[in-house]
Ligand binder design. Sequence first.
Ligand SMILES: Nc1ncnc2c1ncn2[C@@H]1O[C@H](COP(=O)(O)OP(=O)(O)OP(=O)(O)O)[C@@H](O)[C@H]1O
Ligand SMILES: O=P(O)(O)OC[C@H]1O[C@H](OP(=O)(O)OP(=O)(O)O)[C@H](O)[C@@H]1O
Length: 299
Amino acid sequence: MDLVNHLNDRLLFAVPKKGRLYEKVVAILKNCDISFRRSDRLDIALSTNMPIALIFLRAADIPTFVGMGKCDLGITGVDEVQESNQENVQLSLDLNFGKCKLQIQVPEKGEYKKPEQLIGKTIVTSFVHLSSQYFAKLENTTVDKMTTKILYAGGSVEASCALGVADGIVDLVESGETMRACGLTDIATILDTSAHLIESKTPQSNNLELIETIKSRINGVLTAQKYVSCYYNAPKENLDKLLVITPGRRAPTISDIGEEGWVAVSSMIERSQKGFIMDELKKNGASDIMVFEISNCRV
Ligand SMILES: Nc1ncnc2c1ncn2[C@@H]1O[C@H](COP(=O)(O)OP(=O)(O)OP(=O)(O)O)[C@@H](O)[C@H]1O
Ligand SMILES: O=P(O)(O)OC[C@H]1O[C@H](OP(=O)(O)OP(=O)(O)O)[C@H](O)[C@@H]1O
């Protein structure tokens, strides 16, 4: 395959080929100005503007490829990283999506209320390693000596209790809709997870600068998502109070305007606080308050 001959001089970046994380990862790459064209059915795409090859893999396989040093960077969930038990992988940036919990679930109307009651019972999960570690610790023994049986299912784990295959399951929960629809309830959380940029601990040395550039770009995209830019005019006598409301990430920018007793202020503010902050600015004498999207930044 001709593509493969072009991989040697490129940084290999493993990203999910489908599933819950796919759309958001593609949006991050786009916002980082990493352009690529992915041909139908091909799981390798060469970036058209950077020396990067994107390798599209199942989210669960990404830590292995990064851990073996085949790919220098990857994006996947912390759950997949912990489950893979790869020592050579480090979590680099929390991307703030794909947030969910890995939980122990049992039939809502059943007898089990605490994880200890599942010792010696059968658990079905896609997360065999994490579940085994959890129950071995609960039994105060090692995985090979524990009595709890952990069975693997690659999907639709939530059907296992109703089918009589499992006494409990270990599965991801976000909204809880799947769990409730299956008549299950959670009795313990094994892990909180979200999508992360992950890195090989032993990257190809000729890629170090590019790795830093990609991390800086992703960091900029995350900051642009978290903040908006706020502008307002401030009476000088109220400036101290107003700057407490909008301290900025580092400091606000204050500029003279051609009007006696007034200045203009610009400051980054947290998107989630913008309604409250604008109300407070108004109450404290600011005028012409405007908020703008930040499409990208470097921090
Ligand atoms: N309900 C959810 N809410 C938020 N994030 C989730 C949810 N389910 C899964 N994730 C995250 O997305 C990752 C990939 O899960 P997903 O089910 O999309 O994978 P997939 O590639 O379709 O899996 P498979 O090929 O095994 O079916 C999970 O490891 C987890 O980090
Ligand atoms: O709490 P919720 O918002 O309902 O999300 C949880 C569900 O999402 C995931 O499954 P997915 O839909 O990816 O399918 P799968 O069972 O084939 O993995 C997970 O395995 C749960 O079943």
